[in-house]
Design a protein around this ligand. Structure first.
Ligand code: 5AD
Ligand code: SF4
Length: 485
């Protein structure tokens, strides 16, 4: 039996897909890259912006004929859009068989099995969690089940890296954001489970783990008298043999506490890279967004972070064109980007989400043209800064965890055997400890290794380098590596 799965959205979704695939493999499924030859077609969806939803609905539209010709194919919509739209999905695409919210993904194997057994008898199954007002906090919490025990190495970003969920949900309720309603209440996972899973991953060859949470630094877990915070968890994970790097995303500015900054500073395996989205440089906009801090408070967080962790790379997210955003308010965001020198920023045009406070309270009154213009302007400013800062790396040596072939090399070798299977020279990509992307010529056998690379060129997004093979006659790394690449 063949499974085709398409994933959109954040890293949390990528992890969810990995786990769904692992559970279906246990049922005898194998992955295919072709929807046409699949017995089961799944979409793991995102609701953060309208655009992501539109893409899924049009992909579903393209399956209408396939389903008519092959009625036994199971078509499923999973994830945030399933939780948000629920039965609306069946209305818009009546040939969809399965709708499963992010808190119910553990049920996917049995649901798919049920649908296949029924064969030609047309069933539609929907499993979603309770809405934020559909029960007591405890009931709602229970209805969003974390889904973490099974791992599938083949579905990881690379075999040497893995996401590890440390919490689910969000309680911050920023007015633009759909996440708290679709992913439910904030719930932290027990530290012992996280450590055990990370140890297992390290045993399977993972050198880097990326801890995931919508507000990862709000992590709190009470164990008897003891309250575990993210800093405690980092210290525990740091002890795991085989792990070289620990990253975590996404941080909530207000929870950037000194114990966390000290942990990042003092634990060498923890990347000195922090994603701390500010969203806007205007206090009035931040208040409308209900972000819970002012620009001055964010500046203080940034200053403190840089004071405590020299060399730290900070990145941010921005929403442009939020309800009522004036030119002046946007200029304040430009000012903040100009002075903050983020490593990079992700910039989004505001997309109204029905069901959020923002949609109820405010009008989405900034035209798309203005949003687009502001997006370009802010991105151009950020890119100029990123490029300037990347130039400081010219001539420097960095340590790169090699992830795989570069995008260009991947395109070039499409349809060929996986490059790791050959030993032909190939363009590789990896990241520095601070999450900077580095591209260099290497050998597929180097994938998964930590290599010293000297940087000779840089643009806003990428450093270009050459692997250092010898220095002063001394071998720098293992003999299994070619001395010349
Ligand atoms: N419109 C545009 N961007 C959004 N984000 C979240 N909700 C919306 C929305 N309604 C952005 C925020 C967040 C990132 C993951 O997506 O910047 O940090
Ligand atoms: Fe959404 Fe705000 Fe929670 Fe982030 S902190 S997931 S932006 S509600």
């Amino acid at each position: 039996m063949k499974l085709y799965i398409e994933t959109v959205g954040c890293q949390m979704n990528e992890l969810d897909s990995e786990l769904v695939v692992a559970s279906l493999r246990k049922e005898g499924y194998e992955l295919t890259h072709s929807a046409a030859e699949a017995d089961t077609i799944l979409f793991n969806t995102c609701s953060v912006r309208q655009h992501a939803e539109d893409k899924v609905y049009s992909a579903l539209g393209r399956l209408k004929n396939a389903k008519r010709e092959h009625p036994h194919k199971v078509i499923g919509v999973l994830g945030c859009m399933a939780q948000k739209d629920q039965a609306i999905i069946f209305k818009r695409a009546p040939y969809v068989d399965l709708v499963v919210g992010p808190g119910q993904l553990h049920q996917v194997p049995s649901l798919v099995r049920e649908l296949r057994v029924e064969g030609a008898v047309r069933l539609q199954r929907m499993e979603v969690s309770l809405g934020r007002k559909e029960g007591s906090r405890a009931q709602i919490e229970r209805s969003h089940e974390s889904f973490d025990p099974l791992r599938d190495p083949a579905m990881r970003p690379t075999p040497h890296q893995a996401y590890v969920r440390i919490m689910i949900g969000c309680d911050k309720f920023c007015t633009y954001c759909i996440v708290p309603s679709v992913r439910g209440p904030e719930q932290s996972r027990p530290p012992a489970d996280i450590v055990a899973e990370s140890r297992q991953l390290a045993g399977e060859g993972c050198r880097e783990i990326i801890l995931l949470g919508q507000t990862v630094n709000s992590y709190r877990y009470r164990e008897g008298e003891r309250m575990w915070r993210l800093s405690d968890l980092l210290a525990a994970l740091h002890e795991i043999t085989g792990l070289d790097r620990i990253k975590f995303v996404t941080n909530y500015p207000k929870d950037m506490t000194n114990d966390l900054l000290a942990a990042v500073r003092d634990l060498p395996k923890v990347s000195k890279y922090l994603h701390v989205p500010v969203q806007s440089g205007s206090n009035a906009v931040l208040a409308r967004m209900k972000r819970g801090y002012t620009v001055e408070e964010y500046r203080e967080v940034l200053e403190r972070t840089r004071e405590w962790i020299p060399g730290v790379a900070v990145t941010s997210d921005f929403i442009v064109g939020f309800c009522g955003e004036t030119d002046k308010e946007f200029e304040l965001t430009m000012d903040l980007v100009r002075e903050s020198r983020f490593k990079n920023s992700f910039i989004f045009k505001y997309s109204e989400r029905p069901g959020t406070k923002g949609a109820d309270l405010f009008t989405d009154d900034v035209t798309d043209e203005v949003k687009r213009h502001r997006n370009h302007e802010l991105l151009a400013l950020q890119n100029a800064i990123s490029e300037e800062d990347n130039h400081a790396f010219l001539g420097q040596q960095v340590t790169v965890l090699v992830e795989g072939p570069s995008k260009a090399a991947e395109k070039h070798s499409e349809g060929e055997a996986h490059p790791a299977a050959s030993s032909e020279p190939v363009q590789l990509m990896g990241r520095t400890h601070c999450d900077r992307i580095v591209v260099f010529d290497g050998n597929p056998r180097q994938i998964g290794q930590l290599l010293p690379v000297t940087i000779y060129d840089a643009n806003a997004h990428t450093l270009f380098g050459e692997v250092v093979t010898r220095q002063g006659g001394a071998e720098l790394f293992s003999l299994s590596l070619p001395t010349k690449v």
